[in-house]
Write a protein that binds this ligand. Sequence first.
Ligand SMILES: *Cc1c(COP(=O)(O)O)cnc(C)c1O
Length: 404
Amino acid sequence: MKLVYVDYNATTPLDEQVKKVFIEALELYANGSSMHEDGRLVAKKIETARSQLAHLINCEPSELVFTSGGSESNNTVFQTMNAHNFLSTSKYQRLYGGRKRIITTQIEHPCVLESARELAQRGFTVEFLPVDSKGHIDVERYKALLEESKQTDNPQQKVLLVSIMTANNEIGTIQPIKELCAYAHQAGALFHTDAVQAVGKIPVNVKDWDVDYLTISCHKIYGPKGVGALFVKSGVPLSSLIKGGHQEHGARAGTYNAPSIIAFGEACKIAQEQLDSYYTHTKALRDSLCETLLKHIPNIRINGDLEQGIPNTVDISFPGAEGEAILLHLDLCGIRASTGSACASGSLESSHVLVATGVGPELAHGSIRFSFGKYSTQADVDYICEVLPPIISRLRSFSTLEVS
Ligand SMILES: *Cc1c(COP(=O)(O)O)cnc(C)c1O
């Protein structure tokens, strides 16, 4: 049976060259913080990786903190805001002391949403910005909130942090980060963006965007799982989530995960070299899939924004067919995709992202995300287009029978 992997936004396979570097690095067992020669060699390789990552997103190597992945990086930013003592006793008091408002969006990754909800329970006021039908945030509402923050003299009403993802993992929509960040800074707020789904797909330039924090994950760019990074602009507050040793200048304790970090560096180098070809390749496949499916399956809806979205992602609703059922049938045919809806403890829960775009429950339940990658081929697209139309018409005929 043909196997087709179209779930690259969930995770990517290892790049062959990255795998080679990773395996070689597994031999380097010395602790990167040890003073002896073997330790220094590991430390040197970690610094090379740091430079490779810095080059990819255009920052200084000293502005990067290695973490265990995107989730940890995002948690670190929110926990820093929660470190009251940290913000009120340090040199940051004048800039941020007493600020209690946070702005984020309804379509963030769960690790941001949960972190934000936790802060809401600890006395912060959190605004979850709505999005339009294509997943773009309401910029007017955003600007109005920041304007309020500028006008008030009450520090508690002032915005401390804005956290808006660069590109959405389910529908791919890209937000105008540079513009949004500039508004936040005019109101004296810090700006964080989760760029996990943007890095390696579109140019990410922290100097140009001027963001304060930016999150990256290695396993979404053909590297190993369990490693990521947080960009922290020089001079911006950061409180370590993991307390312990002095690694990362005290920003993140724990013995360096050297093999993964070294492989991460290689993955960044390759992502940079392949950025243009990645874009053209994945976009061509995605557009081909959409064109053929629109022709061969009646009444489908493309969610998100193909024009202002990452090139590899499309989320499609098939009204009258249930997402989990489509997924199961695709899986039986060797096609590994994802639903837009998550199955929470046996009950079907609609995707928070699709719900936020105003898609009704029926469309939200019948949606599938196809996310392509650099190893995807036109033959993969052709196979999906051959297999999917009969699956949809079968499922639709069942659901009509049930209704009548
Ligand atoms: C995958 C993902 C994360 C989580 O990254 P991990 O390294 O798996 O913890 C965070 N945000 C987005 C948008 C993601 O797609």
